[in-house]
Design a protein. Structure first.
Ligand code: ADP
Ligand code: MG
Length: 664
């Protein structure tokens, strides 16, 4: 039993209290069989006329029942011998479920039923139905929750002054109301999540989240970190040597980061900027400020392709300033890596770039001042933890091209400071998005041909096959062979996740130099690849991709002066959500708007799933209720300042036993 409860996250009494009904059933009334409405759940009181096991079309238990007004059939496709026994002729039952018109008249399939012994009064309140798991019955859960409700401490943790402001209902009263709705309460009224009792619980949940994240934030500010005040010597030279000027947004964000680096406690900042907004140069400036202050800086990226692009770019910018950049990736020969490692650990090299090889090959920095992680959500949990440990007292900057909608930033990400690059470098041409039915792929191939003959380049992204990596690889190989055959006068290349790092690098280098015109790729090119001359992106089976992925992929083009297009090939029939995704990506270019609609489509759980290692998800609160999120945030601040004990009690109630998760 304890194991089953634990599976639902129910360990303490408080957990049971906060395990709230999914919905309610009205067992306070009986419906006559004659009055049954198809598809509407109702309760009947009946007598079994006969029951038997039938074998057609498959083994099933069929019981004929009646009341004073009519008769119907109860049908069970799976059943226990005990159920068969209970349905003996003459037994009196209360049955709950939906009636349907079947071949042999009215019937109920798998109704919930209970045998009556003597006169049992009807319950006077609605019956809660709880989320549960296999082998744990509603009856048992209900009993446990009722017991917890009687003995647990229901003291309101929200101070009166805040309660009047934010959420009027009392905590204990709200819980009792939801677990044991008062007699006469209507189903419709109770299931509306706008009821004050529901709102109070939602508010408490948000408050707990805000309290824990703000505490984490405060704890970080209490730790020490090197002051990286910088001298401006190197950053000025970098800026002077760039072929462009920073955008206003880059200037602003750079100032925010620079100010953080000067603080004596570790920065934890997220730099958000749409694909192509120019995050790399901001990272380079931050790294230089660390170096100016006598410290080292490291930049880590989730894939070898991406890490190598960073490495080349940074080396290109920084070597002219006389700075050496160490390079760590699995493709780097062991001997060479050893040499870099030795240099880095002695402080001989101020800068390091790499994949997770950077943390895994045992590199010990002499004086690490700043650790930057690009596209952090693509790293595994273990790697993120290792990274966090490594950089305990270093400043941390994470960069992401997946925009986080405002309410998410205010809730799940409240432990971070956020900088946003909301302006694109000038001279970009907007990407035109086209939806093309698969049957017209010949036209698409012709278009690729024309573009490449005109000196441009194209990506051809292979379908995502989630169930099987092998199949995905096979498809990529086939697409490559087909395009090679159909475009004989062009050079076609192929990259996928299974290529060895140096093979991958060779193909990418050829693409960068325009020796390869069409690059067939799996989603390995999803993040960060920067080839301005590529102006055409074809995505096959676009309906299988998520919105963030589509937006990322599309962001690979439109980086140069040429007019760019993204062609989304799709196959009919389209499911409802695939259709919704394609419509959103077709109509929107702004990553923030896409992310907002994505959040709306999928809910926050899915959205942040890739970032989080296990932060408890919100169960009751609705992140689209911006006002409530803001109120919870304000309340958390006041509680941490003026009502510390209440804050402790609130956190204990909501997050007891889950604090560890929050730290990951
Ligand atoms: P992302 O934010 O997606 O990582 P990058 O840093 O790769 O974007 O920048 C995309 C491209 O824009 C690069 O080629 C980069 O050199 C260029 N770039 C960055 N900032 C500017 C700017 N202010 N003006 C012109 N081009 C810029
Ligand atoms: Mg980038």
């Amino acid at each position: 039993m304890a194991e089953k409860l634990a599976r639902l996250g129910l360990v303490t009494d408080a957990d049971l209290l906060l395990h709230l009904p999914l919905r309610y059933e009205d067992e306070t009334r009986l419906t006559a069989i004659r009055d049954a409405v198809p598809g509407v759940p109702a309760q009947f009181q009946v007598e079994v006329v006969s029951s038997e096991i039938a074998y057609r079309p498959r083994r099933q238990l069929v019981a004929r029942v009646r009341d004073d007004t009519g008769a119907m059939v109860l049908r069970f496709l799976n059943f226990y011998p005990s159920q068969q026994k209970a349905l003996a002729a003459g037994a009196r039952l209360r049955v709950f479920g939906e009636v349907r018109g079947g071949f042999f008249g009215d019937e109920m399939i798998h109704p919930r039923f209970r045998v009556l012994h003597g006169d049992e009064p009807l319950p006077d309140r609605l019956t809660p139905v709880y989320p549960t798991t296999a082998g744990l019955s509603q009856a048992v859960l209900r009993k446990l929750i009722q017991r917890a409700l009687e003995k647990a401490d229901l003291t309101d943790t929200l101070p009166d002054t805040l309660r009047r402001r934010a959420a009027e209902a009392d905590f204990g009263a709200s819980l009792r109301f939801l677990h044991q709705p008062p007699p006469g309460m209507s189903l419709a009224e109770l299931e509306k999540r706008t009821h004050p009792a529901w709102r109070r619980i939602a508010f408490d949940e948000l408050l707990a989240q805000q309290l824990s994240l703000r505490r984490a934030y405060a704890a970080r500010r209490a730790r020490g970190a090197p002051v990286l005040a910088g001298t401006g010597a190197l950053t000025k030279r970098l800026l002077a040597g760039l072929p462009f000027r920073l955008t206003g947004a880059q200037e602003r964000v750079w100032r925010e980061i620079a100010a953080d680096l000067e603080q004596p406690h570790p920065m934890a900042r997220l730099l958000q900027g749409d694909v192509g907004s120019g995050k790399t140069v901001v990272a380079a400036l931050a790294m230089l400020q660390a170096v100016e202050s006598g410290h080292q800086a490291a930049l880590m990226a989730p894939t070898e392709i991406l890490a190598e692009q960073h490495y080349r770019k940074l080396a290109g910018w920084l070597q002219p300033l006389g700075l050496e950049v160490a390079w760590f990736a699995s493709s780097v020969k062991k001997k060479e890596r050893e040499a870099w490692r030795a240099k880095v650990s002695l402080g001989g090299t101020p800068l390091a770039v790499g994949t997770h090889a950077l943390i895994e090959s045992g590199v010990e920095f002499d004086k690490l001042g700043l650790a930057i992680v690009d596209e952090q959500h693509r790293f595994g949990v273990q790697q993120r933890l290792a990274l966090k440990k490594k950089g305990q007292s270093a400043h941390q900057l994470t960069m992401s091209a997946t925009p986080i909608p405002r309410t998410l930033a205010m809730s799940y990400y409240a432990d971070l400071d956020v900088s946003v690059l909301d302006e694109m470098p000038p001279g970009r041409t907007p990407v035109v998005t086209k939806l093309v039915e698969e049957g017209r792929r010949d036209q698409v191939i012709a278009r690729v041909h024309d573009a490449c003959r005109a000196g441009l380049q194209a990506y051809w992204v292979c379908p995502l096959i989630e169930e099987s990596e092998a199949l995905q690889l096979k498809t990529a190989q086939e697409t490559y062979e087909r395009l090679t055959a159909e475009l004989p006068d062009l050079s076609v290349g192929l990259v996928h996740g299974r290529l060895k790092a140096d093979e991958k690098a060779t193909v990418m280098a050829a693409f960068v130099k325009n020796e390869v015109q069409v690059l067939v790729a799996t989603t390995v090119i999803e993040v960060g690849v920067d080839v301005p001359n590529a102006s055409l992106m074809v995505i096959e089976h676009a309906e299988r991709f998520g919105l963030a992925q589509l937006h990322q992929l599309r962001g690979r083009v439109g980086r140069g002066a040429a007019e760019s297009a993204c062609i989304l090939l799709y196959a009919q029939p389209l499911g409802e959500s695939a259709r919704a995704r394609l419509k959103i990506i077709f109509e929107n270019n702004d990553g923030f708007e896409i992310a907002r609609q994505d959040l709306h489509l999928r809910g926050p759980g899915e959205f942040i799933g890739s970032r989080q290692s296990g932060v408890p998800l919100l169960r009751f609160a609705d992140l689209e209720d911006t006002q409530m999120v803001e109120e919870a945030r304000a309340a958390a601040e006041i509680m941490l300042r003026d009502y510390r004990q209440a804050a402790d009690a609130h956190l204990a109630r909501w997050l007891a036993g889950k604090e560890e998760l929050l730290k990951a």
